[in-house]
Design a protein around this ligand. Structure first.
Ligand code: GLU
Length: 425
């Protein structure tokens, strides 16, 4: 029996091997796909406000660029690791290939606790990252974007540093920028919007009506918050929300906008269970983060970290559908258990592809220097996610498999074919 592991890189490799076996991928090509093309890592020196210089370990992992320039976010966090960033880079390769945008896959990270940084320190850290990797980044080379604990302001500092160092304007070198620097208004909500489109598609497939469909969302950051709002506006019943410090549950439904206002005020969502406008009722309560995952809801959306649904808790999952807004929230062992329990999983590479699709539209506009009306973005994004969903479901049926397998078969075969064509294999 395969080893049980919650290491995201083990998960990513197992998923690739499973698809490669079905596709009978050439061993030489599989070897290329199994490892990142470039593993860049270095310490970034940052002068802290107290005058001391501290060093922060950082990464830029470029997994594959057969279909286009490397693409993927940069995350900050104390738990960031080389293996995590390698897995995330590989998942970006499949995500961009699946939705058919001309990018490869990459990811970056800095091991640090961003909550402890002042704005000035954060700026020096962000600029330091670019100084470290300037030669490997570029609009046609590798295009970073925000991820966990990074945002438009950080992209602005990074772009500014990049342009200073290279001596030319290059807005397409980073996406997720502020609008004033060539960003697009809807980029911040793009991942959440794509997740909403994925829910609409799976709801259609399973004949679920929004009004009677309950949703629990783990993670109330940028992605989870926007997804909750789009779902709420479309009539879905959001019954549980969480952040890293706790969760709230109300079977009558929660209002995400009121929950966000309360969270900003109190600092944590668990403090918001009693806010009348948030929970509208008495059957509300604070629950543990683990309990949120095990609620008897129609749709469970993990929107936080990797490896949340594992062999340990998969048997207790009661949702009808899991829509993966986070990257890698379900381990391969848990995936098998969910399949046995006939729980449908809309995989991360599909469900959270809205972010990088938004980035793609931003990059196209930067390259042309011509900017579209904002509402065009949602419309175009929705079409790409809907098309990828339909193709992944059709492929999964062809192989009598789950949607993840369908998505992987499409994505891995596209990248493998591009490598084969380039190398004459
Ligand atoms: N960080 C996002 C993701 O994991 C977006 C990446 C991008 O826009 O390049 O998909």
């Amino acid at each position: 029996m395969a080893k049980i592991s919650d290491n995201p890189l083990d998960s990513a490799r197992k998923q690739l091997r499973a698809a490669a076996a079905i596709l009978k991928i050439e061993p030489k090509v599989l070897a290329v796909l199994s490892e990142p093309k470039n593993e860049l890592t270095d310490d970034i020196p940052v002068k802290m406000d107290d005058g001391e210089t501290e060093y922060f370990n950082s990464f830029r992992i470029q997994h594959n660029d057969a279909l286009g320039p490397y693409k993927g976010g940069i995350r900050f966090g104390s738990d960031v690791s080389m293996d995590e960033v390698k897995a995330l880079a590989m998942w970006m390769t499949w995500k961009t290939a699946l939705v058919g945008i001309p990018f490869g896959g990459a990811k970056g990270g800095i091991i640090c606790d961003p909550k402890k940084f002042s704005q000035a320190e954060l700026e020096r850290l962000s600029r330091g990252y670019v100084q470290q990797y300037v030669d490997s980044i570029g609009p046609h080379k590798d295009i970073p974007a925000p991820d966990m604990y990074t945002n438009a302001q950080i992209m602005a500092w990074m772009l500014d540093e990049y342009e200073k160092l290279t001596g030319r304007h290059a807005p397409g070198a980073f996406t997720g920028k502020p609008v004033e620097l060539g960003g697009i208004g809807s980029r911040e909500s793009a991942t959440g919007y794509g997740g909403f489109v994925a829910v609409q598609q799976v709801a259609k497939l399973l004949k679920l009506k929004p009004k009677s469909t309950t949703v629990a969302i783990q993670g109330f950051g940028n992605v989870g918050h926007h997804a909750a709002q789009f779902l709420f506006d479309a009539g879905y019943k959001i019954v549980a929300l969480s952040d890293s410090q706790g969760a709230i549950y109300n079977k009558k439904g929660l209002n995400p906008a009121a929950a966000m206002t309360c969270k900003l005020e109190k600092g944590m969502i668990a403090e918001c269970y009693y806010a009348g406008s948030v929970v509208n009722g008495s059957k509300s309560g604070v629950i543990k983060n683990e309990e949120l995952l095990e609620l008897g809801v129609d749709i469970l959306m993990p929107a936080a970290l990797e490896s949340q649904i594992t062999a340990k808790n998969a048997n207790s999952i009661k949702a009808k559908v899991v829509v993966e807004l986070a990257n890698g929230p379900t381990t391969p062992e848990a995936d098998r258990i969910l399949q046995q329990k006939k729980i449908k999983v809309v995989p991360d590479v599909l469900a959270n592809s809205g972010g990088v699709i938004g980035s793609y539209f931003e990059w196209v506009q930067n390259n042309y220097g011509y900017y579209w009306a904002d509402d065009e973005v949602h419309d175009k994004l929705s079409k790409l996610v809907t098309a990828a969903f339909a193709k992944a479901v059709a492929k999964s049926r062809e192989h009598n498999a789950d949607i993840r397998t369908g998505a992987y078969l499409l994505a891995v075969s596209r990248v493998a074919r591009a490598i084969g064509l380039r190398r004459g294999i």
